[in-house]
Design a protein around this ligand. Structure first.
Ligand code: SAM
Ligand code: SF4
Length: 345
């Protein structure tokens, strides 16, 4: 649990400079959700059925997205990460990447995907300007994969990973969430598999963002437990925090290196004080935090003819009300209404 002061100064948001909040943090990393739809149904994210989709007319078009991204870049954003839902389901993805890569200054372009369908599109994404890719894979056991994602698509993800490496989308990073009673015991197998193939594995603690609201603190497979399980098979050597830069993953050399494994302890050791992120949902809402219970609407002013300066004002205002931390574990914590796939992870 972390200390949660509210923003103390109720002065208006600044009208110049970068995207600063009242705690002095500056947003540089924009997560753009391209769709709320997905071809998997991970239990920690989506329900098995009955997910209400965003109405098509509310989704930002490619042109609208590009305009908004340009405004964000003008406000100091230097990394765009496309996510979702599953971003590879967005038909115009390659063209969008090309257009973002043509912006000045050119932001770094990253993609978070479940890997299904990546085999087909990896070379085109690389050519269009994707710099880094994170592929989500929680287990290399087919039964466990099916239980976790409710879809039998492990071979497609394996192909996607190999294609990313062949296309030069390197280093290929793998994100994994450990779920008690499903894949927690096999996490050392996943690490061995990734080390063999040169993929950089990072475990992320499960956050209360599942559509089923089934998350409990008791079921959390914590950083400590993950490290304990990995240490039973591998010698882990902690790298100094300077090795991770502003990235939230704690890094460890595996068996003396050069392979590393990361742990992102978003719940048990939050890194909110160093947060440099802001999010745009597929329906054009700006969120200053994954756990925010409020958002700022960019879509309406955008469609009503707002100027870039007016859009920038909405974004600045949203950042200015960012809280110091995510509240998980505090008595007043409420899980946000949107689940992970509708926010953009
Ligand atoms: N569909 C893509 C994918 O799975 O990579 C992109 C969107 S997904 C929401 C982005 C990341 O969020 C994935 O790495 C996924 O494992 C992670 N994620 C989803 N729900 C989560 C949760 N409740 N806690 C922690 N990570 C979660
Ligand atoms: Fe889809 Fe990614 Fe959510 Fe899994 S984590 S259901 S792949 S959006």
């Amino acid at each position: 649990m972390i200390d949660l002061p509210m923003p103390s100064v109720r002065t208006p948001a600044p009208t110049t400079g970068g995207l600063v909040d009242t705690f002095g943090r500056v947003a540089r990393d924009l997560r753009v959700s391209l769709t709320d739809r997905c071809n998997l149904r991970c239990t920690y994210c989506m329900p098995e059925a009955g997910m209400p989709w965003l109405p098509k007319t509310t989704l930002l078009t490619d042109e609208e997205l590009l305009r908004v991204i340009r405004v964000f870049v003008g406000l100091g954003i230097d990394q765009i990460r496309f996510t979702g839902g599953e971003p590879l389901l967005r038909p115009g993805l390659v063209g969008l990447v090309e257009q973002v890569a043509a912006l000045t200054p050119r932001p770094r372009i990253a993609l978070t995907t479940n890997g299904v369908g990546l085999a087909r599109i990896a070379p085109a994404l690389k050519a269009a300007g994707v710099d880094r890719v994170n592929i989500s894979l929680d287990t290399i056991d087919r039964e466990e994969f099916l239980a976790l994602t409710r879809r039998d698509r492990l071979p497609a993800v394996e192909e996607g990973l190999a294609a990313a490496r062949e296309a030069g989308l390197t280093p290929v990073k793998v994100n994994a969430v450990a779920m008690r009673g499903v894949n927690d015991e096999s996490i050392p197998d996943l690490l061995a598999w990734c080390v063999d193939r040169g993929y950089e594995l990072r475990f992320i603690e499960q956050m209360p963002l599942d559509a089923d609201h089934a998350w409990t603190a008791e079921s959390l497979v914590s950083r400590e437990e993950i490290l304990e399980r990995l240490s039973a098979r591998f010698a882990l050597t902690a790298l100094p925090s300077s090795a991770r830069g502003s990235a939230p993953a704690e890094l460890f050399l595996v068996d003396g290196g050069p392979a590393t494994v990361g742990v992102i302890a978003s719940v048990s050791t939050p890194f909110c004080a160093d947060c440099d992120r802001v999010r745009l949902t597929a329906d054009g809402q700006v969120r200053n935090c994954l756990f925010s219970e409020v958002e700022s609407d960019l879509r309406t002013p955008l469609r009503e003819g707002a100027t870039d300066a007016e859009l920038a004002g909405v974004i600045r205002g949203e950042m200015w009300r960012k809280l110091s931390g995510h509240h998980i574990g505090a008595a007043d914590f409420h899980q946000p209404e949107r689940s992970m796939s509708a926010i953009g992870g």
